[in-house]
Ligand binder design. Structure first.
Ligand code: SME
Length: 303
């Protein structure tokens, strides 16, 4: 069994989140990297002790690894929010990954670096050795199981995505055929999240060609740099479009589509091999959290 420490805002929600990850045996709410020994909740709450509300995640390395846990962690935090997550403000709500040994540190570093580069100068996620950790009082353990409907800064969408990711991972285990993978993922995403259109366009001979999808009939081919899909491919980054009418060159496969997200899918060499395109009939459907989750899901289908 291995242990890692994640500070991601209020530990009630973070503990509930990690306890739902397959391979995690235990998620203990506590206080890490502060000054005074054995602090109480009230002392940490004063924000004078230097502690961060942190979750100790005990996991079975055969089922889930440190890099995957870190990728999941980046799906539940705002990495550019300093000392604040959701409505919770204070240094005790800072974000960080605290590692107890160098082996785990080396496994996590590329994930942290990638996120740091994406986020730019405001990146606020610590990456440090664990100095100390004290479990919180019993009333804070399994808090949201004891208080269903209690305060949780992580919204329901996060828990729906966690279930989706975890089901996709087990359903796709051992499957290498790209069309099968894309077919299963588009059906699963569409079924669980109830979007308007979910599908893949594959890169074939220098153009995007329609692949497995769920929803209305869509255009068959999209050129490099064209529309949202072709732009995400050319720029090799996720594009979140809150209002398709504001996106110059948007290709309207359906007049009902109002907002959209497109995520590049990479092959083993890191080249864009396809894009995942999701449309909604409402404006402003997708945000940075959708982007992080869908990137993680696309990571499952290295083509
Ligand atoms: N709107 C996309 C085209 C694909 S359809 O949304 C399914 C775009 O602008 O690339």
């Amino acid at each position: 069994m291995k242990t890692l420490y994640f500070a991601g805002g209020c530990f009630w929600g973070v503990a509930r989140f990690f306890s739902g990850v397959p391979g995690v045996q235990k998620a203990v709410a506590g206080y890490a990297n502060g000054r005074t020994p054995d602090p109480t909740y009230a002392e940490v709450y004063s924000d004078l002790t230097g502690y961060a509300e942190t979750v100790e995640v005990e996991y079975d390395g055969r089922q889930v690894d440190a890099a995957t846990l870190s990728r999941l962690f980046f799906c539940i935090i705002d990495p550019v929010s300093l000392n604040r997550q959701g409505e919770d403000i204070g240094t005790r709500y800072r974000t960080g990954i605290y590692y107890p040994d160098l082996e785990q540190a080396e496994a996590i570093r590329p994930v942290w670096e990638e996120r740091r580069q994406k986020a730019g100068a405001s990146f606020a996620v610590e990456f440090r050795p664990l100095e100390n950790f004290y479990p919180a009082e019993e009333e804070h353990q399994d808090y949201l199981e004891k208080h269903p409907g209690g305060y949780c800064h992580l919204g329901p969408k996060i828990f729906r995505y966690l279930q989706l990711w975890s089901d996709a991972r087990s359903l796709l285990e051992g499957e290498a055929d790209p069309v099968a993978v894309m077919a299963l993922l588009s059906a699963l995403i569409q079924q669980r999240m109830r979007f308007f259109w979910t599908g893949f366009y594959r890169v074939v001979d220098g153009t995007l060609v329609l692949g497995p999808f769920q929803g209305d009939v869509a255009c068959l081919r999209i050129g490099y740099g064209k529309g949202v899909c072709g732009s995400a491919w050319a720029e090799d980054r996720t594009l979140v479009v809150p209002d398709v009418e504001q996106f110059e060159g948007h290709i309207a496969c359906s007049t009902l589509s109002r907002s959209e997200i497109v995520v590049p899918v990479h092959d083993a060499e890191g080249r864009v091999a396809a894009v995942l395109d999701i449309d909604s009939t409402e404006t402003d459907t997708f945000d940075a959290s959708d982007a992080a989750w869908l990137e993680l899901i696309c990571y499952l289908c290295r083509l």
